[in-house]
Design a protein around this ligand. Structure first.
Ligand SMILES: Cc1ncc(C[n+]2csc(CCOP(=O)(O)OP(=O)(O)O)c2C)c(N)n1
Length: 620
């Protein structure tokens, strides 16, 4: 089994394979992808769609001299299998295993860390310009999906890269008509239109081959056809947006036909200018369930290969958020939901079905989403932008300039706040509190439970002015004791009010704090918990409530610098706190890929980690 794949230890081995072996290799790779993702979870349908494309790229180019830049980077599994990482592939997305995205620490074949979309053209252009300046004759190839092409940064890249004469830059547009959900907007429509045009590239090679084989007069005919071809070429070139932007456009071609893709790539290499090769692929290709349900299998938890059923299905903050928003939207016709191509992940599918005119999928365009929301708000709508914490990072200036400064009333529903687990460095939501902290006027809530999510959302929609963020973690709520009551207040005190040791925390870590408190009590250390429901601005009464206590331990599942723990410490100091203050947060580093429990343990945010710190710093 896997006999051909096993022989491919590097791209050089792949280059030695015959055409029919490449086809077998593709089948073997598909099987490994399905088996591994069914065990580890991961991005299945995007990877199944680019197996042949990746094989062809490694056949035609010489990675790593020729450099590949993968947009988003979620489609690199075949690339990893071909570039010497087969043995570790079973540990995909696991701690000390392979990242699910390109990772330069793993291989010289991965050029950049990637995870956020629409950046590939700009970075590939930079690579190719550096090569040009250094007289390096090798190529740079960016692979960008039709979804990622909806992001503004992609167009900033095209706008500049197309002007560079003699650049050895090839952009492969991997067009499967899908983002995570169906691709949206005018670019998607435009691609659909050119996808159905006659295939210039295919015509070119077929005609040349057949005409040159005619025994007599073949050459004359070739001449004539060459002229016709030129006319056709001009027509095709003139007719695409990419041509107007300075690229030579080739395609569209079948991205699952290895030899056609190899031909097209060879053709692209022979043109001494930036080229855009348009390939058509099928998302989920080769696994029935993924082809039929590409959205569910875009990023999937472990699943049963026979039935396609996911192995998990617990409640999540995302689904609760979607439900609560629908409840409000039924009565309040001002509510609009906005997503940047993440309706599935953020729990907005039901909203999308039921309130279509007020649902806006703007494509992978978070910056636009915020500014657009601002416009909606200005004219009386009540926009809610549901976005993963990590992707909101892109919107800093829009939040400052277009939302907060204008005092627009809009709600940010920030999903995947805190650790996200196995998606790794690029996706951890550890910065939002810190960057929102710096923007005047924005309020930030951080619920620990589904009930609090509902209360906070209600406040965000109807009570608080301006921009209000409600940030919540990936997955399910934690466990709470029966006597714990959610309150619609900026903070809650839980435990023995007389205790002189205080845990201060918010969000997901509250349920860990409760466990820690119980464990500490067993050790004879009396602790109470100050839970911040609102982390910006921190209520001065929350600070005052612990001012005379002896030791304060702040646990924050986010970066230390600029986070709530620092704000809290400063307020304590300003108000004369004399006791011991310890802040445990993510220090000055990016957080790697690992399961959620592993990360909580490693960063000592689990109850054991809390107990260790507190027991080591207090007198019994
Ligand atoms: C800035 C940003 N926003 C959102 C995402 C989440 N995301 C990952 S892949 C994806 C869809 C990409 O579609 P496409 O580029 O067509 O690639 P495909 O998965 O179809 O191959 C989205 C929305 C992201 N990675 N980066």
């Amino acid at each position: 089994m896997n006999s051909i794949l096993k022989k491919v230890k590097s791209p050089d081995d792949l280059k030695k394979l015959k055409d029919y072996e490449l086809t077998i290799l593709a089948d073997e790779i598909r099987k490994v992808l399905i088996d591994t993702v069914s065990e580890n979870g991961g991005h299945l349908s995007p990877n199944l769609g680019v197996v042949e494309l990746t094989i062809a790229m490694h056949k035609v180019f010489n990675s790593p001299k020729d450099q590949f830049v993968w947009d988003v980077g979620h489609q690199v599994y075949t690339h990893k299998l071909i570039t010497g990482r087969q043995d570790d592939f079973c540990k995909l997305r696991m701690e000390d295993g392979l990242s699910g995205f390109p990772n330069p620490n793993e291989s010289e074949h991965d050029i950049f860390f990637q995870g956020h979309s629409s950046a590939s053209i700009s970075s590939a252009f930079g690579l190719s310009m550096a090569k040009k300046l250094l007289n390096d004759p090798n190529y740079t190839v960016a692979v960008i999906g039709d979804g990622a092409l909806t992001g503004g940064l992609a167009f900033e890249g095209l706008n500049n890269a197309g002007r560079s004469k003699n650049a050895k830059l090839i952009i492969i547009l991997n067009d499967n008509d899908m983002s995570i959900s169906k691709n949206v907007g005018s670019i998607a429509k435009y691609l659909a239109a050119i996808r159905t045009k006659p295939q210039y590239y295919a015509i070119k090679s077929n005609i040349e081959d057949s005409v040159m084989n005619i025994p007599k007069g073949g050459e004359m005919l070739y001449e004539k056809i060459s002229k016709a071809k030129k006319a056709l070429k001009n027509y095709m070139y003139e007719s695409t947006l990419f041509e107007y932007m300075g690229f030579r456009y080739l395609g569209p071609i079948d991205g699952h036909d290895i030899s056609a893709v190899c031909d097209a790539l060879e053709g692209a290499k022979s043109l001494e200018c930036p080229v855009l090769l348009h390939v058509k692929t099928i998302k989920g290709k080769g696994y029935d369930f993924a082809e039929k349900l590409p959205t569910q299998f875009h990023g999937t938890p472990k699943f049963d290969i026979e039935t396609g059923e996911p192995i998990s299905g617990a409640n999540s903050f995302s689904s609760k958020f979607g439900k609560y928003l629908c409840k409000h939207a039924e009565d309040d016709k001002r509510i609009c939901a906005i997503t940047a191509a993440m309706s599935f992940g953020t729990g907005l599918e039901t909203f999308k079905e039921n309130y279509k005119p007020r649902f806006f999928d703007v494509g992978l365009a978070e910056e636009h989403a915020v500014t657009f929301a601002s416009g909606l708000a200005k004219n009386g709508m009540l926009p809610v932008f549901a976005v993963y914490s990590t992707f909101l990072q892109r919107c800093y200036d829009q939040l400052v300039h277009d939302a907060a400064l204008q005092n627009q009333k809009l709600v940010l529903a920030i999903d995947r706040a805190g650790f996200v687990g196995d998606d790794g460095e690029t996706h951890q939501g550890i910065l939002d509190v810190a960057f929102l902290n710096s923007i005047p006027g924005i309020r930030v809530y951080s619920p620990s439970s589904f009930n609090e999510l509902e209360m906070n959302l209600n406040r965000a929609l109807y009570e608080d002015p301006g921009v209000v963020a409600v940030r919540y973690p990936r997955g399910n709520e934690g466990e709470f004791p029966v006597d714990y009551k959610c309150v619609d207040e900026p903070f809650t005190m839980y435990g023995d009010e007389g205790a002189k040791n205080v845990i201060v925390t918010y969000g997901r870590l509250f349920s860990e704090a409760i466990k820690a408190m119980e464990k500490l009590q067993k050790k004879g250390i009396n602790v109470k918990i100050l839970k911040l429901n609102r982390v910006k601005p921190i209520d001065i009464n929350a600070v005052k409530s612990v001012l005379n206590d002896e030791s304060i331990f702040f646990f924050e599942e986010g970066v230390r610098s600029g986070g709530a723990g620092e704000s809290f410490a400063l307020k304590l100091l300003e108000n004369g706190f004399k006791g011991q203050y310890k802040l445990r947060a993510v220090e000055d580093k990016f957080v790697e890929s690992a399961s959620m429990p592993t990360l909580l343990k490693k960063y000592k945010f689990d109850s054991e980690g809390m107990v260790d710190l507190i027991a080591g710093s207090t007198k019994t």
